[in-house]
Design a protein around this ligand. Structure first.
Ligand SMILES: NC(=O)c1ccc[n+]([C@@H]2O[C@H](COP(=O)([O-])OP(=O)(O)OC[C@H]3O[C@@H](n4cnc5c(N)ncnc54)[C@H](O)[C@@H]3O)[C@@H](O)[C@H]2O)c1
Ligand SMILES: [Zn+2]
Length: 366
């Protein structure tokens, strides 16, 4: 049984479809007239990809495995997989089946977007972050020495099959990375969404409970939120930027920490500091930042970086954010829970440096 089924830009999004049953059957149907090139990483291969390949009858030689980790999201791996597919005589009838986290999804999606000028991709996300964020919305790509995700393409998947029971093997830190994005989604959506997330926080932050209906509901709620933002963006222009909430400061902290701190932790901290920036700018009422801080604690996420860093360094790092337009750094701020600020300026708000510095200093010197 598929618990939840949605459509986005022609992609079928199946949530709660077990890869050991209905999920595999649906992939088989979708790939019926195609030859499957399965892409995965070294961690996911034995856990979830090889069993799925066996069910689908994909030979071991048609499974292409990258070393686990962000360091594999490169043009070199894109070329290696593309060349290996050509060497195995894959043609226009190929379908790329991406089984893994966001790294595999982004890289394999980019291979599919470019192979023979584009073949379909089926995404089978196996991290919470990939299920609720990376696999939804059609962005694919690779990192370059100049920065992350700078080369890529939009390539909407034919199908996304999210089986939350695969999360039982995920490391707790990786689960928390996804929960930070879920907190972002709740904050930009509504009080009800935030209340649901926090009521379930204890259960959701433990991978041992990942096979529970609560986890499937978390994934379904969050896929809905992201899909609805992506869908409405086409008409409203700029709405997709609200998905950057927490990410201007989050990315800056991540880069000051030399990418050694988990993305989700940095985004969580970014959500809190950006809420404080909104308070100081008079955009949000008092108390929003404290509520975000309390939510982080409930989800097992830190309120401040582990590593010492000073406000001026983090402020400087916001300037190298690729989303910065020219010299102005834009923030996706909230007026309140469920109320993104700046609808009349495409949901981006420029903030004076002294306000950002003040919010950073409070958070980092505490
Ligand atoms: N395309 C988009 O719109 C979008 C959105 C957000 C993030 N991203 C990208 O996603 C990437 C991050 O994705 P991620 O957090 O999934 O990282 P990841 O793909 O590196 O996975 C994290 C770790 O978990 C392991 N893993 C994956 N599934 C597992 C499972 N079920 N059990 C045990 N281990 C498992 C992986 O091998 C890896 O070591 C970044 O490159 C980011 O840029 C893309
Ligand atoms: Zn993120």
């Amino acid at each position: 049984v598929v618990a939840t089924e949605l459509t986005l830009h022609g992609s079928r999004l199946l949530i709660g479809a077990p890869l050991t049953g209905e999920g595999a059957a649906r992939i088989q149907d979708a790939a019926a007239r195609h030859r499957i090139a399965l892409v995965t990483d070294t961690n996911v291969l034995p856990l979830h990809a090889a069993p799925l390949a066996a069910r689908l009858g994909v030979p071991a030689e048609d499974t292409f495995t990258i070393p686990a980790g962000e360091a594999s999201k490169t043009r070199a791996e894109w070329a290696r997989i593309s060349d290996a597919m050509l060497a195995r005589a894959f043609g226009r009838d190929s379908v790329v089946l991406a089984v893994g986290g966001g790294v595999v999804g982004d890289l394999a999606g980019f291979v599919a977007a470019t192979f023979m000028r584009g073949v379909p991709v089926i995404q089978v996300p196996t991290t919470l972050l990939a299920m609720i964020d990376a696999a939804v919305g059609g962005k694919t790509g690779v990192d370059t020495p100049a920065g992350k995700n700078l080369v890529g393409a939009f390539h909407h998947p034919l199908m996304v099959v999210a089986d939350p029971t695969t999360l039982t093997t995920l490391a707790p830190t990786e689960l928390r990375n996804g929960l930070a994005e879920a907190l972002k989604h709740a904050l930009i959506t509504s009080e009800d969404e935030l209340a649901w997330l926090l009521a379930s926080a204890r259960e959701l932050s433990d991978p041992a409970h990942a096979a529970s209906p609560t986890m499937a509901e978390l994934v379904a709620r969050n896929v809905r939120i992201k899909a609805s933002v992506v869908e409405r963006d086409e008409r409203e222009g700029g709405l997709r930027k609200i998905l950057n909430a927490g990410h201007t400061i989050g990315h800056a902290i991540e880069s000051v920490a030399a990418f050694q701190a988990p993305h989700g932790e940095c985004v969580g901290i970014g959500l809190r500091i950006e809420a404080r920036i909104a308070e100081l700018a008079g955009i949000a009422g008092a108390g929003l930042a404290d509520r975000v801080g309390a939510a982080l604690s409930q989800l097992g996420l830190p309120n401040a970086p582990q590593q010492r860093m000073d406000a001026a360094t983090v402020l400087a790092a916001t300037r190298s954010d690729k989303k910065a337009r020219g010299a102005t750094v834009e923030y996706a701020l909230l007026e309140a829970v469920g109320r993104p600020a700046g609808a009349t300026r495409a949901f981006g708000t420029a903030v004076a440096d002294d306000l950002v510095l003040a919010a950073l200093a409070e958070a980092l010197d505490a």
